[in-house]
Design a protein around this ligand. Structure first.
Ligand code: COA
Length: 418
């Protein structure tokens, strides 16, 4: 049953024939106000990009375009982020840089924008980085430049306010509750799913599966000749940060004891964890890949962005995945690995129901409930994860996707590069 045919029909889709996801690296994700709390999203992104060049062996000098993805401006120099990512990660200083934003779809958008630029012939190799510091979201005021009227001081917690959609007057959590009601999803089912997310992520970490995509973070200083140096310093005098901080043993029984956060099935335990982190990928044209003897992770086959009603924004992945699969000449059944961002447990479950998904193919190494959801970075992580998952399982096609606040969904279909 497809309840979102009109969203699917109006999708913005792109098809790519010879564009490749070369490699990906990310930082471990740290719990809100944890060890990465003092690091700006620009520095998180520089760290991820530098780790990517080091691990992949592709020199930064190969990059001809930079696309950064980020939501919250979390440093006073935030406007300069895309450019500074290039400058301090060693990319040629002549390479231009742009910032993109599609809320929780931002990381996907960074990859798709890179793919579009390459398809248009503007560049052969692009660096796409998604980054977010949830901890450094500002306490902000928008109306005080002209002063204060007595009793009308309006500084607010931006992070808290930013999850409320003023279109319908509810929070992102409320959208998950709307889906829970609409699809008949219970608290028990949501907690069981969350427990599975923790269990899968923990098992993947224990098995060493993440080691290939996660670069441990150490304190760093980056020099740039003729300019100011910048760097990264972990909080709490930590010297090294190696593993996703939110991933820990979490039983169903523990989850059942937590208080509802939005008056229904969602709690702090079965919603995406609030974390800091960055993820980077290289996207390249096949001509460059072949000329340089590079072994890519996956081919980028198609991408789609869709719009859905704001008050059920979490269903976005359903029409987005369908639209992207259609553009790729595939059906949902052809997808061997599926990553749907777990913004909220009930939101994932609604997508699972809407698409009729087999849980054994979806989020097999855990999802954002356990690993966390640093908004602008998640799409880059999920696309790297699904590409690596295809390689691991020897499967051909997979999809990464997310819902986005305001009522959108985005999806990227990738094909195992073999
Ligand atoms: C749901 C949400 C509001 C909960 O926020 P919170 O109440 O600050 O959550 P906390 O992390 O403090 O968790 C609440 C409680 O659950 C506990 N908890 C959370 N995860 C747990 C776990 N895995 N195991 C055990 N306990 C856990 C916490 O320790 C805390 O306990 P306490 O009240 O005794 O301190 C917040 O996580 C949220 O908004 N998430 C979604 C973010 C979002 O909207 N992203 C965009 C998506 S579109």
């Amino acid at each position: 049953m497809n309840h979102f045919e009109s969203s699917e029909a109006a999708a913005l889709v792109g098809r790519y024939d010879d564009i490749w996801l070369v490699a990906g690296q990310r930082t471990p994700f740290a719990d809100y106000n944890g060890v990465l709390r003092e690091v700006s999203p620009t520095d998180l992104a520089i760290y991820a990009a530098r780790a990517l060049f080091e691990k992949s062996g592709v020199p930064a000098s190969a990059v001809q375009a930079i696309v950064a993805g980020n939501m919250a401006q979390a440093s006073f120099d935030a406007y300069f982020m895309p450019r500074q990512i290039g400058l301090y990660s060693g990319v040629n200083p002549n390479v231009p840089a742009v910032l993109v934003q599609r809320l929780c779809g931002t990381g996907f958008e960074a990859i798709l924008t890179a793919a579009d630029q390459i398809k248009l012939g503007k560049a052969q190799v692009a660096l796409a980085v998604g980054t977010e510091s949830m901890s450094r979201n500002p306490v902000a005021a928008y109306t005080h430049r002209a002063g204060f009227r007595m009793g009308q001081v309006d500084f607010r917690d931006f992070l808290w306010e930013a999850t409320k959609d003023t279109t319908f007057g509810g929070s992102m959590g409320d959208t998950a509750e709307n889906l829970a009601r609409r699809y008949g999803i219970s608290r028990e089912e949501t907690d069981r799913f969350a427990a599975q997310s923790f269990e899968r992520a923990l098992a993947a970490w224990e098995a060493g599966w993440f080691a290939d995509e996660v670069a441990p973070v150490v304190n760093a200083k980056w020099e740039l000749e003729g300019y100011n140096p910048r760097g990264l310093k972990l909080a709490d005098r930590a010297e090294r940060f190696e593993r996703d901080g939110h991933v820990r043993p979490t039983s169903f029984e523990t989850l059942q004891k937590l208080k509802p956060a939005f008056g229904g099935v969602q709690t702090g335990g079965n919603s995406s964890a609030i974390v800091d982190g960055a993820a980077a990928v290289l996207v390249a044209h096949g001509d460059w890949v072949r000329a340089n003897g590079v072994k890519p992770l996956a081919r980028i086959v198609a991408g789609a962005a869709v719009a859905v009603p704001p008050e059920i924004m979490g269903i976005g992945p359903a029409p987005a995945i369908r639209a992207a699969a259609k553009a790729a000449g595939l059906t949902v059944g052809d997808l061997g690995r599926i990553e749907i961002n777990e913004a909220f447990g009930a939101q994932y479950l609604a997508c699972e129901r809407e698409l009729g998904l087999d849980r054994e193919k979806a989020n097999v190494h855990g999802g954002a409930i356990a690993i966390g959801h640093p908004l602008g970075a998640s799409g880059v992580r999920l696309t790297t994860t699904v590409a690596r998952g295809l390689k691991e399982a020897g499967l051909q096609f997979g999809v990464s996707s997310a819902c986005a606040g305001g009522g959108q969904g985005v999806a990227i279909i990738v094909e195992n590069a073999g």
